[in-house]
Design a protein around this ligand. Structure first.
Ligand SMILES: [Zn+2]
Length: 251
């Protein structure tokens, strides 16, 4: 029998399977994203204690199977952090659900994802402590993208390196360049671009590099900034995220 392994993990998806089992997908600290089956999870409060729900932060114990993608989840203990307190706040539930779904979409099974794990854990913590704000959403999107190797540039022009100044008025976000170009370099970037107020770009640059605790109270990157991020996400994620529409209707 394969050895039992363990890692801190956050449940990002879970569903019942058969009479008593659950199939659970988790973002783990040590093994990237893992999906597994928890036999008897619906009955065994001793081994699982209802903890295999989305948002749960656990220490996961599992064994790999010789075949098949699903690991055997043997037990789940209480993790370092409690789940975020979001139950009574619709906007928090919507943003939290979106955070889980985006983490799922931007990671692959067993791909290294320790930074994505940290980003998700810290963002959920900030969500539990503070309010669901557009700034927190945008900070999370930018940091999760960076964790996946897609660091977007909003501070300076991708072509000439000029730092965008608020008085310059506008810059242009070019999806294929993963960042902004200045008005002068726009001629060299014939691809479709999202026109951004320089102030929006500056806000996004700040949100991408600050802690989530601070981000909740910073100015957000505006509707134009949101459009730039949404366009970039759509270019790398091949499905529509279910939680987006609900979130957009609330924030
Ligand atoms: Zn330029």
């Amino acid at each position: 029998m394969p050895a039992e392994e363990s890692t801190p993990a956050i449940v990002i998806r879970a569903r019942d399977y058969s009479e008593s089992d659950r199939i659970v997908t988790l973002l783990t600290h040590d093994f990237g994203k893992l999906s597994g089956i928890a036999k008897g999870a619906k009955a065994s409060r001793r081994r699982f204690e209802r903890k295999l729900e989305p948002f749960s932060q656990v220490i996961l114990y599992f064994r790999r199977r010789p075949q098949g993608q699903l690991v055997f989840i043997t037990r789940a203990e209480r993790g370092e952090n409690p789940p975020p307190e979001i139950e009574d706040d619709l906007a928090k539930i919507a943003l939290g659900s979106y955070m889980l779904e985006l983490a799922d979409a931007l990671t692959t099974e067993e791909g290294e994802a320790v930074e994505a794990y940290r980003v998700l854990a810290n963002a959920l913590d900030a969500l539990g402590r503070g309010a669901a704000t557009i700034a927190l959403r945008q900070a999370y999107e930018l940091r999760m993208l960076a964790a996946g190797g897609f660091g977007l540039e909003f501070a300076s022009c991708r072509v000439c390196g000029t730092v965008a100044q608020a008085e310059d008025g506008v810059v242009y976000f070019v999806v294929s360049r993963g960042g902004i170009v200045c008005a002068r370099c726009r001629a060299n970037a014939p691809e479709g671009a999202v026109r951004l107020a320089a102030a929006s770009a500056a806000a996004l640059a700040r949100l991408g590099s600050t802690s989530f605790g601070e981000a909740t109270v910073l100015p957000h990157g505006g509707a134009d900034g949101a459009l730039a991020i949404a366009r970039f996400l759509a270019s790398i994620i091949d499905r529509k995220l279910r939680s987006v529409e609900f979130l957009d209707s609330l924030l």
